[in-house]
Design a protein around this ligand. Sequence first.
Ligand code: PEP
Length: 250
Amino acid sequence: MRQPLVAGNWKMNGSKASIATLLDGIKAGLASVEKAALVVCPPFVYLEQVAEALRGTRIALGAQNVSHEPSGAFTGEVSAAMLKDMGCAYVIVGHSERRSYYGDTDLLVAKKFAAVRAAGMKPILCVGETLEEREKNVTEAVVARQLAAVIELEGAAALQDGVIAYEPVWAIGTGRTATPQQAQDVHAFIRGRIAAIDEAVAEKVQILYGGSVKGANAEELFGQQDIDGGLIGGASLNADEFLAIGRAGR
Ligand code: PEP
């Protein structure tokens, strides 16, 4: 049985004050979230503040991006070892905003996955198609290609050290959510691809759904057989919404 996981991707939002308020709200309602593991992924500059505020709670710390390089002359970059040092347990890699605005290729994402894993943290590997790709009926081919890059570099067994997040690009920040059946179909496809190589890994790996998840739609999405929780953007900036999503599902 896979434990549900709900991860908040705060993106480039927040201030010291607003983050303190948000975390106070989440901590105040934490007892109501019984089954799901929770993760919050603040911007790099707030990692220390958030790590401090999370100390002694069961909420894990995550980061939104990482360099694939271990150290050295890479101005503006942050290594996996640094994130581990700050107390991160999870790192998002391959978010569609990184892929589309910052040129993160499948290979670079795979290298980031490898760097996070080597540092002893869990990569949250984002995959998903654009609207154009869905309309061309190439959703499965796109997701398979994104997944294959990691499998080729690290092997399928490496996936059990991470988490996969299926995030249809057309559903991210748009208010347009995939239907539970659309999401389940792609989740089952992903699990099937992995099972074709290693059934035990496929059974174990958590596959999250992301794309305009809210308290109001999380229950139905997370109730699907292959959906093990969510990667949450906008709604993770609201404590009550984030907690409601955490209470949803299996
Ligand atoms: C995301 O950024 O990963 C995401 C799913 O965003 P939102 O929930 O706002 O659609």
